[in-house]
Design a protein around this ligand. Structure first.
Ligand SMILES: [Mn+2]
Length: 406
């Protein structure tokens, strides 16, 4: 059987002032076509379906219409787990209605891990796959806080809690498979999901930053938490498609659309997993570019040349590095796009100069991690260097408490 793995749709997320519903809609239509063409029978969406906990009407409409349309494809089962951007309660609310459409939603872990392990059956009612659903785990999900623990102790307990959850669902799934009898058991793969940062991953493009990195590396959340009993592990959170620790069958699908200009030009894909008995073969399927993004860098002449190369309606990020002082840079740059299909969404002024450079468009919160925002605040308040380390430490603790949900 064939399973398709995708994640990090971030429905509702704009790029600067641009809404991206048209792109999202085209992606979802492409996904339905791909499911039909490749005869996919199961779909996993590994978190961050929506960009925030209270998605707008259009984002919701796209999501529900897609799930309803899935009914008219060969896809028999779908599983959606929550990411850190999703509200577990919001995602879970329509779960009973969606179950009637063979769509399983896991916003938040069940108290009993056995309730998050699902047995999927083929059209004849014969078991075909076991799925261990694990959404994004918050600290309150996997450990009890103990007063007086320091930050690193907290991290390590959290990591141990995450590992324990994966071990628990792996054991339950393996047990349930063995109960199916030797014949069936030999041919049924177990698939797990996750939305987390595992150590060794490249480029945290999610924008959620330093904590995940610390949890992943310092606290030892490695690929070892995924039992070899899993024939495939479908991960979300990192927007760049990648394997984990060179394990072909433990993967981040990456986001289907570039979420920032930093991802401009990166190939976006979904993962097609073909199971033969318990073993799996993995193939990436490239997602078409629905809205080209381009980063352009140089002096005015170079920028003009590169903008002139745009053939399709392209969203452009410009970095000006010319020596000339251009007081009306933004206007001059926009002038260059007249009569071209390019549209400038963001301008950075990096003119080589002794004076501090000023961005024409200041960075938004999307461009900065929480720690970078805090560093700017320390600068803005002229905090003496001697006090900064202590303040940064306190700030990291506050962030950790927010992540715990307290
Ligand atoms: Mn995420």
């Amino acid at each position: 059987m064939r399973l398709l793995h995708t994640a990090d749709w971030h429905l509702g997320r704009p790029l600067y002032e641009k809404k991206r519903f048209a792109e999202a809609e085209r992606f979802l239509r492409w996904l339905l076509d791909t499911i039909r063409e490749r005869q996919v029978s199961a779909l996993v969406v590994a978190g961050d379906v929506f960009d925030n906990g209270a998605p707008g009407n259009t984002a919701q409409e796209l999501y529900y219409r897609f799930l309803a349309d899935l009914k008219n494809t060969p896809c028999r089962h779908a599983l959606v787990v929550a990411g850190n951007h999703d509200s577990p309660a919001f995602l879970h609310a329509p779960a009973s209605v969606l179950r009637a459409l063979s769509v399983q939603v896991v916003g938040q872990i069940a108290r009993d891990p056995a309730d998050d392990v699902f047995l999927w059956r083929d059209g004849d009612g014969k078991p075909e796959m076991l799925v261990a659903a694990v959404p994004y785990l918050r600290e309150r999900d996997v450990r009890l806080s103990v007063a007086g623990e320091n930050y690193d102790e907290q991290l390590q307990k959290f990591a141990a809690g995450v590992a324990a959850r994966y071990a628990a669902v792996a054991e339950i799934a393996a047990q349930r498979r063995s109960e199916l009898g030797a014949d069936l058991s030999a041919s049924i793969p177990i698939v797990a999901t996750g939305h987390l940062m595992v150590a060794g991953g490249t480029a945290v493009a999610d924008g959620s930053g330093i904590h995940d990195w610390r949890v992943g590396t310092l606290a030892g959340l490695s690929a070892d938490i995924f039992s070899p009993v899993f024939a495939y592990v479908a991960l979300g959170h990192l927007h760049i498609s990648q394997t984990v620790a060179h394990r072909e069958t433990v993967r981040y699908s990456g986001s289907p659309l570039p979420m920032t200009f930093a991802e401009a030009g990166a190939e976006k894909s979904v993962v097609l997993v073909e199971f033969t008995g318990r073993s799996s073969a993995v193939q990436k399927i490239a997602v078409p570019v629905f809205q080209p993004l381009k980063t352009v860098r140089g002096d005015l002449a170079e920028i003009a040349r590169q903008i002139g190369e745009c053939r399709d309606p392209t969203w452009v990020e410009v970095t000006y590095t010319g020596a000339a002082v251009l007081p009306n840079l933004a206007a001059q740059l926009r002038e260059l796009t007249v009569g071209t299909p390019a549209e400038i969404l963001r301008i950075k002024n990096r003119r080589p100069t002794a004076e501090p450079t000023v961005d024409e468009t200041p960075p938004t919160l999307d461009d900065l991690s929480p720690v970078e925002v805090f560093a700017r605040q320390l600068d803005a308040e002229n905090i003496p260097a001697a006090q900064r380390e202590e303040l940064r430490r306190c700030y990291r603790e506050i962030l950790a408490n927010i992540r715990k949900g307290s």
